[in-house]
Design a binder for this molecule. Structure first.
Ligand code: SAH
Length: 329
């Protein structure tokens, strides 16, 4: 997964323009401006408990085309410029194509924007307080490992190349490592698949370490499950269709669903105020219905587009329930 996504020459994120109608998948901020606006309301909600004018740092992991950050900055600029007169935006991005798009889009909002290659590099430089982390569909791109319960033991599922025709196939090899939060899983049955991602946990570790210093917060949004369970969620997408992850290596978006129960356990481990909501709950709690009404009133010609965007984000059969929001404070 790491090789296919991040190889410096042929990796998916190094070579492809992945997001949007021309790309392989579409994300919430690309569906509706409401998404970024509600995240801006969440930020204001955090900041209302502090003096208005402070140096603040807004950090986005994997900002894609920059649309989410643009919607957030536009909304913040409108609501109260005191909150952001001393704001620095930090973007953690690996794709050169997307960095160019972000530079272009975000240059007109009047805030300093700094790019970083990794979260590790960034957290070493950030001040201790007033840092706000946002990640939408970033964690699902971080590589996972899969184990399978076979003959009363966990085995690692690996991908091998077959010598006859060089095609890729699944295989099982003995596994001897540690499984994060193993005791939280139900008793395994023959064939069960367990997924975990050390990279995801390392990223949450860095965020939690920063947040526990006080006056910091994070929002992690992605598709995933909120209890410890088994299942194969490894998937490949190409031009908005599910395809085999073993074909066209480096050409497809490879992801897996997030085990939010494990990420939330990390928050508890650091004694943080940890809240796990569905995307629908989060957007409704922070005012998406009132904002939709305002937009409909101001733009009656766009009624259909606004309503269908809202439905895609909030409807339980669309993104409303599958997508979760982990709030760490
Ligand atoms: N948040 C955006 C894009 C999601 S796609 C949106 O909601 O539209 C995933 C994003 O994460 C892309 O910008 C991709 O280039 C970036 N990314 C993936 N893996 C990364 C990594 N290991 N380090 C930094 N950025 C990464």
């Amino acid at each position: 997964m790491a090789l296919c996504l991040y190889d410096p020459d042929d990796g998916y994120y190094k070579t492809k323009s992945c997001i949007g109608a021309q790309g392989d998948f579409i994300t919430a901020p690309e569906i509706s401006q409401l998404f970024g606006e509600i995240i801006a309301f969440w930020l204001i909600n955090q900041w209302q408990q502090e003096p208005a004018i402070l140096p603040r740092h807004l950090i986005e992991l994997g900002p894609g085309r920059g649309t989410l950050m643009a919607d957030i900055l536009r909304t913040l600029n409108k609501i109260n410029s005191d909150y952001i007169c001393n704001l620095t935006v930090h973007l953690v991005e690996t794709s050169p194509t997307l960095i160019a798009q972000q530079q272009h889009l975000l240059s007109s909002y009047g805030h300093t924007v700094v790019w970083h290659a990794t979260l590790l590099e960034l957290t070493a430089k950030l001040p201790k307080q007033h840092c706000y982390f946002i990640a939408n569909e970033f964690f699902d791109a971080l590589p996972i490992q899969q184990l399978q319960w076979h003959n009363q033991a966990w085995h690692q599922r690996v991908i091998q190349q077959q010598s006859i025709d060089n095609s890729l196939c699944w295989d099982l090899i003995p596994f001897q490592g540690l499984i994060p939060y193993e005791t939280y899983y139900p008793l395994p049955q023959h064939g069960n698949i367990l997924e975990f991602s050390l990279q995801q946990l390392q990223h949450v570790d860095l965020i939690c370490q920063h947040i526990r210093q006080g006056h910091n917060a994070a929002l992690i949004i992605d598709y995933g499950y909120d209890y410890f369970s088994y299942g194969d969620t490894f998937q490949a997408m190409h031009q908005h269709q599910y395809v085999s992850p073993l074909e066209d290596s480096g050409q497809c978006d490879l992801t897996a669903h997030i085990n939010f129960a494990a990420l939330a356990q990390h928050g508890h481990k650091y004694n943080l105020n940890t809240q796990l909501l569905t995307q629908a709950e989060f957007l409704i709690n922070y005012g998406i219905d009132a904002r939709l009404r305002q937009l409909l009133q101001a733009n009656p010609m766009q009624t259909d587009a606004l309503k269908s965007g809202y439905d895609r984000l909030v409807d339980m059969k669309q993104m409303g329930e599958l997508f979760k929001v982990l709030i760490l404070q």
